[in-house]
Design a protein around this ligand. Sequence first.
Ligand code: ATP
Ligand code: MG
Length: 333
Amino acid sequence: KPRVFSAMQPTSDSLHLGNYLGALVNWVALQDDYDALYGVVDLHALTVAPEPALLRERTRRTAAQFLAAGVDPERSLVFVQSHVPEHAELAWLLSTFTGFGEASRMTQFKDKSAKVGESGTNVGLFTYPVLMAADILLYDTNLVPVGEDQRQHLELSRDLAERLNTRLGEGSAVVPEPYIVKETAKIYDLQEPTKKMSKSASNGKGLIEILEEPKKVAKAIKSAVTDLDTEIRFDRETKPGVSSLLSIYSAIDGRSIDQARRGLPGQDVRPPQGGPGRCGGRLPHPDPRQRDGVDRVARRLDTVLDEGAQKASAIARGTLERLYDRVGLLKPQ
Ligand code: ATP
Ligand code: MG
């Protein structure tokens, strides 16, 4: 079977709708036909200096949400990145194949470091895409289901794989393909509908967390920023807020944008009252059973993560040994 790898950072208590629709839904769908590995990438999360106890807690919670969403540990490996030391080892090797200018072009680093300023940023945030390439190439991954925001990082992973094959010989690395589903590749922040919904960058009101109480989700959707006219129409340029709500509606409900548009009665959009328009629609919320799911699987979690790490590590060791040999590192006797 061809291989799938993808991962999420344990940077919040709950995943949000962007993580869910942009990635997790596809993880679940792909596990039937692919040999899938899904990681909680805690080493990546270190780039934002999380509080230690919180990081540990969120690592387990993130893994639990994978399972609650339908990732099946019988078919897919679920593991924590730091439990498989080969990730950090390959990242070092790949960093010696990555141009400084090449790494400097990564827009996520520019965005994230702009927020904290040069003194607040760190080298780990800069080399983040190299560690991500290691995550992917370590498993000879064919397909990487991610959101649109990861496209550039994926491109770097592909370039690095090709470079390994050129410099170290064919068969050094598998060149991974992105798997990005257009309709759900970018879910927007409810308060700033031109920005992506984000665990670390969105404030509470702009996020739909999948573990949130349905009532609060409904409230967040009702107070989503729309615009100053009453027309419901999909137009990303001039009506980003309305378009974003239509995308979410259509993605959750399985209707086309046009069906979604007609499903929202006109009277639900209230005229502006001295501020941005508010859409009081009837948008559905994510399945509340996910809440129970998290509790239900908590007990199984340690076993799943243990087994996942052991099996992942066995695959990863093979790849690392192949590359260590090709670059000329002396094999220990
Ligand atoms: P952070 O703000 O800490 O970077 P994040 O919300 O970007 O958190 P990640 O853990 O970095 O989440 O990403 C996990 C997966 O979710 C990735 O595949 C990413 O592309 C996808 N993703 C993140 N945000 C969105 C979004 N708004 N729409 C669609 N996919 C998204
Ligand atoms: Mg992110």
